[in-house]
Design a protein around this ligand. Structure first.
Ligand SMILES: Nc1ncnc2c1ncn2[C@@H]1O[C@H](COP(=O)(O)OP(=O)(O)O)[C@@H](O)[C@H]1O
Ligand SMILES: Cc1ncc(COP(=O)(O)OP(=O)(O)O)c(N)n1
Length: 477
């Protein structure tokens, strides 16, 4: 039987959170989604602008319109906004008695905006005793537990166990807000904890993850899974959705996740780049953590090390430009030919202009890591087909555009590396990166299995060379 799942929540016109995320999540996990709106929220990926709450009588009308006609297998409660709305929902739950009720005690959005009336907290606490699963994030757990927000997983487990005991129900403890490299979640009852380990995806596309997880849990429980089994499945799906979020290109703040990422493998090659990008998550996490990148971002990087890096990068770009020209020569269309030719020229002009502004004009010798990277690119260009060449070229675009986009928040006119930060956060560079990704996706679509494997190997190797390139300046004595 296909579970009929009702979301009672607020809206998000950009489709990332609230009932929109709920309906997508319910559908993605095999349920039939329905929705009753509690509040209309003018929000986007950057924040909440306004909240409009229709009269409470209209909430009752909506709830009864559904329950008078449809047999409901599970209910997910999201943004309930204020005590009068909670009273209406609570009364309706007592009368209709849905078999499964999941409460996401929504209080604050990722942007920091309040989504609940301060006086409603007591009503939410009371509602906790009447549901089957509560899914608070770390700040919400602290409010419900009457404590300060946990800073460690062990502390959070203690708070969740207390909440499970006081409310007499099950708590899904979420590790998203903890400052750790991993991202565990757990099913916590008064008598024990089942932890489901998970890795943390280094991304800002996490808008609506709480809404999505709670709706997924309601849907999976209504399909017959136990809470721990439902969490294993929901978490695997959600991590994939988070990983694919960036390719949606929705908004300029914390973007949404891609709820339907599991539906796309039937498109051969489509999303190929996203797949290999995800395969290099670990390497990119090491780039983020390395001394050079941290120092570049906060301005503490030693100037001599930066100049050495730039000198190596100028040598690298001269060779990179030759390989871009080779891609242009092999391109199957005039448009792609022109695109790569333009990139080859930019590598020699726009990017090296930045280098010249910092360097003294002295001639430098390529270091071992520079030679290793350019040798790899020339080897692919010498023997590989067009698809393999563009795949090997891609990490240099994508990694710098990604770093530029994420690091620009640290930039200011007096930042010692202002020009570098500005060059790679340039929207034109981001646009060129998207074109390179689209071309590589198309090339992967036309490639056979073996050629796609070579593309993948070339992409991964280039990404490892990128990491070595950033490690080299600080490894020198
Ligand atoms: N960067 C991330 N990588 C992987 N999983 C994440 C990440 N951020 C959040 N999650 C997961 O998303 C879900 C929601 O978590 P959390 O952010 O704690 O709640 P909320 O979205 O309600 O603030 C949890 O399953 C959490 O583990
Ligand atoms: C209408 C609405 N409901 C809930 C939220 C918060 O959603 P959540 O899943 O906790 O995601 P973040 O906003 O924390 O990313 C919302 N924003 N809007």
């Amino acid at each position: 039987m296909i579970p009929r799942v009702l979301s009672i929540a607020g809206t998000d016109p950009t489709g990332g959170a609230g009932i929109h995320a709920d309906l997508k999540s319910i559908g993605a996990l095999g349920g039939y989604g329905m929705a009753v709106v509690t509040a209309l929220v003018a929000q986007n990926t950057q924040g909440v602008r306004a909240v409009h709450v229709p009269p409470v009588e209209f909430l009752t009308e909506q709830l009864e319109a559904v329950s008078d006609d449809v047999r409901i297998d599970a209910v997910k409660l999201g943004m309930l906004h204020s005590a009068p709305l909670i009273a209406v929902v609570s009364d309706w739950l007592s009368r209709t008695r849905p078999p499964i009720i999941v409460l996401d005690p929504v209080m604050v959005a990722t942007s920091g905006d309040a989504l609940i009336d301060r006086r409603a907290t007591d009503a939410i606490r009371d509602l906790c005793t009447r549901v089957d699963l509560i899914t608070p994030n770390i700040p919400e757990l602290a409010v419900l537990a009457g404590a300060t927000p946990a800073t460690t997983w062990d502390e959070a487990v203690v708070q969740a166990t207390g909440l499970a005991s006081s409310s007499g129900t099950t708590v899904l403890l979420k590790g998203g807000h903890l400052p750790s490299d991993d991202c565990p979640d757990a099913i916590v009852t008064a008598s024990g904890t089942t932890t489901i380990v998970g890795r943390r995806v280094p991304t800002s596309t996490t808008h609506g993850t709480g809404c999505s997880l709670s709706s997924a849990m309601a849907t999976l429980a209504a399909s017959g899974l136990s809470w721990p089994d439902a969490l294993v499945r929901a978490k695997a799906w959600l991590v994939g959705a988070i990983e694919h979020g960036e390719s949606l290109h929705v908004g300029h703040g914390n973007g949404p996740v891609d709820h339907f990422h599991e539906l796309r493998p039937h498109l051969p090659g489509a999303g190929w780049c996203d797949g290999v990008w995800a395969l290099t998550n670990d390497v990119r996490a090491r780039v983020d953590e390395c001394e050079f990148i941290r120092g570049l971002q906060d301005g503490s990087l030693d100037q001599a090390r930066f100049r050495w890096y730039l000198a190596q990068d100028a040598l690298y770009l001269a060779d990179y430009s030759r390989v871009l020209a080779r891609a242009s020569a092999l391109a199957p269309t005039i448009t792609e030919q022109a695109f790569w030719a333009q990139c080859a020229q930019n590598a020699l002009t726009t990017e090296t202009q930045l280098h010249r502004s910092y360097l003294d004009g002295a001639v430098h010798e390529p270091g071992v890591t520079t030679l290793a990277y350019t040798n790899h690119l020339h080897a692919v260009a010498g023997t590989g087909a067009y698809a393999e060449i563009v795949a090997a070229l891609l990490p240099c675009f994508w990694l710098y555009a990604d770093l530029g986009r994420r690091m620009v928040s640290s930039d200011h006119a007096a930042h010692p590396y202002h020009d570098w930060l500005r060059t790679y956060a340039d929207p034109a560079f981001d646009e060129a990166t998207r074109t390179a990704i689209a071309i590589t996706d198309r090339a992967a679509q036309d490639a056979g299995i073996e050629q796609r494997a070579r593309m993948r190997a070339g992409f991964e190797r280039s990404m490892r060379h990128e990491l070595d390139f950033f490690l080299a300046p600080t490894r020198r004595s």
